[in-house]
Design a protein around this ligand. Structure first.
Ligand code: C2E
Ligand code: CA
Ligand code: CA
Length: 639
């Protein structure tokens, strides 16, 4: 077909091809729009879904929020109720200005003022501080701003004038940049606990019975005095160690209640002899210590000690009984002006005063003794001796010697006294007089006595078997007073009698007056049990102690041993014999065997016989001898 043949029939009409193309374009355009619209619809749908999810989520959040708010309110209520119910004031305030941010209900109870009073008057905190504590309070406030913390106990004055103790613990709160935010604090009423603490503190420093300072407080004061007088040229101080003589007798015979009252009375007496600056302390029992200060000379201390001896002279009235008392006083004083170099501590001073007191006691009742350095050496020696004694027991260094006791009617040996000897590896044979007193102080005596008892009894059973023709020989064994205040003796006696098979009647225990007088109640019990075993009891050294006749009866002694000091006087002069005569007669009247100790001469023997004394013992007959020598003597049957 030619192009002319393709000419449109109607020129206004587009050719079909064009039309189709146009249509196709429009269609594709519509298609595009459609897919765009579809995409939009999808987006919308997605958004819708997301929105729905978001909506759901936010609903959950809202629910959670409301739950949390509920919990928070509950917590706040709880905290408020807790803070409202506690006894301490919990508070929070702005720094410097003092404006209150929070304060709980305990305010009225602790401060005596209502919360409103603190809200209205920002200075009330300071105004109520007790005048004497103001300075301390102000200082602690400053401290708070420096260290960030405060902990102070002080007094406040309540509106009714009452004074109360409070303890404030506070803390400065800052933000991260260090800017002050507020002060948080806690105020506790401490009036009661303060009282209890003060009482406890007081009790820890005072003796309960007398209210006097106790050892702790005394030591503090002496330490203080050592420091204070260290450099003083013209003044000095002294320590007096005081121990009552014979207090144990009062306590044991009249009971502890009377003993306590007695100590209280003594405290008053002693206080009256002292000045207001002096410290009177009780260490316990009947031991008192006095610290004298501001003395001009050493003599001032001696004068005070004399005043105390004088003050104790008049008797103390306990009920209807008048009790006489005296004290032994050891004095440590600044005599040589050089002991400041020696005494660094109170304990050293007290130790030396104690040593001096023991020396005063050794001089007799109611004496004073000023300490000097030689006494210390003596005390050290005694300590050494005490240790040596302990070792001597372990090494079996003790021996028993036997001194015969002679019947004056027959002039024959009736028995022996067992006397201990210490065979010291270096010093040789040591006399009991040199070690028994130390052994008594340390209880070593209990072991020594037991050892002597066991040895003497087994020796006696040997002699009884070996010499049956001699009337049953007896053995006297010395017993320290310590045995009469402790259990144990009876068991030992039973065991010894069982082992040796001895008849109790041939064993005699020698005890001194002081042993009985010191341990009245328990001594009676122990001695009763001794007697139940038919063992005899001898009163040793009669005439040297209290020589009170009252207990001769109540202890039913079998034998009275007249002390050597009386026998020494039996030298012709008839007057001097009178007292011995009286003692012998007293013993015989009470049905006792009377033994004269320390008989040395024929003249004494004759006089004793003339006075009807039952027995004699002494160098005049025989000194104490070792068992083998005594056996030889018995074999020869010589006396
Ligand atoms: P005491 O019980 O009075 O013993 C008698 C003391 O006098 C003994 O001293 C004895 O040796 C001594 N003596 C005896 N006859 C005479 C004499 O004619 N002239 C002189 N001047 N003295 C004489 P000793 O053995 O030195 O004992 C001294 C003290 O030691 C005893 O005195 C006694 O109290 C104590 N003692 C001795 N052995 C023991 C013991 O085993 N246990 C206890 N607890 N004390 C003992
Ligand atoms: Ca004796
Ligand atoms: Ca004696």
């Amino acid at each position: 077909m030619t192009p002319e043949s393709k000419k449109p029939i109607n020129p206004n009409l587009l050719p079909l091809e064009v039309l189709v193309n146009q249509q196709a374009e429009q269609l594709s355009e519509a298609n595009k729009e459609l897919s765009q619209a579809k995409a939009q619809v999808k987006q919308l749908r997605d958004a819708n879904v997301a929105l729905k999810e978001e909506l759901n989520h936010s609903q959950t959040l809202e629910e959670e929020l409301s739950i949390n708010q509920e919990a928070l309110r509950f917590q706040q209520d709880r905290i408020h109720s807790i803070l409202g119910s506690i006894d301490d004031v919990v508070w929070s305030m702005l720094p410097h200005v003092g404006q209150i941010l929070y304060i709980n209900d305990a305010t009225q109870k602790v401060y005596g003022y209502p919360i409103s009073a603190f809200l209205e008057n920002l200075n009330l905190w300071q105004e109520i501080v007790y005048s004497e504590d103001k300075q301390r309070f102000d200082a602690s406030q400053k401290e708070l701003y420096i260290t960030g913390e405060q902990d102070i106990e002080y007094r406040i004055v309540w509106p009714n004038g009452e004074i109360h103790w409070v303890r404030v613990r506070a803390r400065l709160m800052k933000d991260e940049q260090g800017k002050l935010l507020r002060i948080d604090g806690l105020t506790t009423e401490t009036t009661e606990s303060k009282k209890i603490r003060e009482q406890l503190y007081y009790d820890s420093l005072h003796d309960k019975l007398t209210g006097l300072p106790n050892r702790t407080l005394l030591m503090n004061r002496i330490d203080q005095a050592i420091r204070q007088y260290q450099h003083s040229q013209d003044k000095c101080f002294a320590v007096l160690f005081l121990d009552l003589d014979g207090f144990k007798v009062i306590n044991d015979s009249m009971g502890h209640l009377v003993g306590d009252r007695f100590l209280i009375d003594i405290t008053h007496r002693l206080s009256q002899c002292l000045g207001s600056r002096d410290t009177l302390a009780r260490l316990g029992g009947d031991e008192f210590v006095i610290l004298l200060e501001n003395l001009d000379t050493a003599n001032d201390a001696i004068v005070t000690a004399d005043r105390i001896h004088q003050g104790l002279k008049s008797p103390i009235l306990l009920g209807k009984e008048e009790i006489f008392v005296s004290a032994s006083i050891g004095i440590v004083v600044d005599v040589a002006q050089n002991w400041r170099d020696r005494y660094g501590q109170a304990a050293e001073l007290l130790r030396d005063a104690d040593i001096a007191m023991y020396r005063a006691k050794a001089k007799g009742q109611g004496q004073s003794q000023v300490f000097d350095a030689s006494m210390y050496a003596y005390a050290v020696k005694r300590l050494q001796l005490a240790n040596d004694l302990q070792r001597a027991i372990e090494r079996q260094e003790f021996l028993v010697y036997y001194q015969p006791i002679i019947s004056l009617a027959s002039d024959r040996i009736q028995g022996f006294e067992a006397l201990v000897r210490w065979k010291h590896p270096e010093k040789g044979l040591v006399s009991p007089a040199d070690f028994i007193p130390v052994a008594e102080e340390t209880d070593t005596i209990l072991k020594i006595d037991e050892l002597v008892l066991r040895n003497a009894c087994s020796q006696l059973s040997i002699w009884q078997a070996q010499f049956p023709e001699l009337a049953p020989l007896s053995m006297n064994v010395n017993l320290s007073s310590k045995h009469l205040s402790k259990p144990g003796l009876i068991a030992i006696l039973d065991e010894v009698l069982a082992i040796t098979g001895l008849d109790g009647r041939t064993l005699k225990l020698e005890i001194t007056e002081s042993a009985v007088i010191e341990n009245t109640k328990i001594a009676v019990e122990i001695l009763q049990q001794v007697k139940q075993r038919n063992i005899a009891i001898c009163l040793d050294d009669f005439g040297t102690g209290y020589s009170s006749l009252s207990y001769l009866d109540c202890f039913s002694f079998d034998t009275l041993k007249i002390d050597r000091s009386f026998i020494e006087r039996l030298v012709g002069d008839n007057d001097k014999c009178e007292i011995i005569k009286a003692i012998i007669n007293l013993g015989l009247d009470l049905d006792m065997n009377v033994v004269a100790e320390g008989v040395e001469t024929q003249q004494q023997m004759d006089k004793l016989k003339a006075l009807s004394c039952s027995s004699g013992q002494g160098y005049g007959y025989s000194p104490p001898l070792k068992s083998d020598i005594m056996t030889t003597l018995l074999e020869g049957k010589q006396v």
